[in-house]
Design a protein around this ligand. Sequence first.
Ligand SMILES: [Fe+2]
Ligand SMILES: [Fe+2]
Length: 241
Amino acid sequence: MQYPVTMTPEQEARIAQLKVWFEKALRNTGREGIEQVLNKLDEHGFYTAPASSSFHLNEPGGLVLHSMHVFQMAKLLKQTLKDGHNMITKEPLLQDIDVLLPDDSIVISTLLHDVCKTAIYVQTMKRQKLPNGVWTDALGYNLDYSWAPFGHGEKSVIMLQNWGLRMTEDEMLAIRWHMAAWDLPFQSADEKSNLNAAKEHSPLITLVQMADGMAAGIMETDWSATAASLKTMDEEERFLL
Ligand SMILES: [Fe+2]
Ligand SMILES: [Fe+2]
């Protein structure tokens, strides 16, 4: 399943660069099934997909870039927890942080949290109003959920499992609940209880939720210096912390 994509040569070159880094980070985990996942992501257009239809990174390559931003934020948050102390008691913030938040689990659960967005965005020409008030045609996106309509976080877990990826329970819970309460049907007490229980299961769940929110809400905004500097910085240097 893959929709045709129109890209500029710059976008194409940038996606190729992002893909090399993304694949390298996942292969380095040595995780069972990762090759099959990488093949399937390529086959279904993950790398050319946007991160959203009209909000953050709504352009070809936006999804892989967003995934890398979430990874970067999670690594930064882990390092902050590692370096930090309780201001009152002076105790370390977390004991055994590398056991609670293994690096491989951070790679798997951040880079793959949004694979559910593969093959839902369909490029189309849309009427857009320019700042000077003139209407023009520009490439935009429509949404099509007809392929594998399993939901959002749960869909990512189902897709990865179907493709043969071996994941820990913490990783599956972190991917399943990465949207935190934003994706909850509020009439369902069951879902709310599951979300709360998942958060008590491992700090990885909260870490991925925070990293996802900070990537979209800080790194991918117009006022972020990161967004502007990304255009000139070497990707490998930017993301390999
Ligand atoms: Fe998501
Ligand atoms: Fe996300």
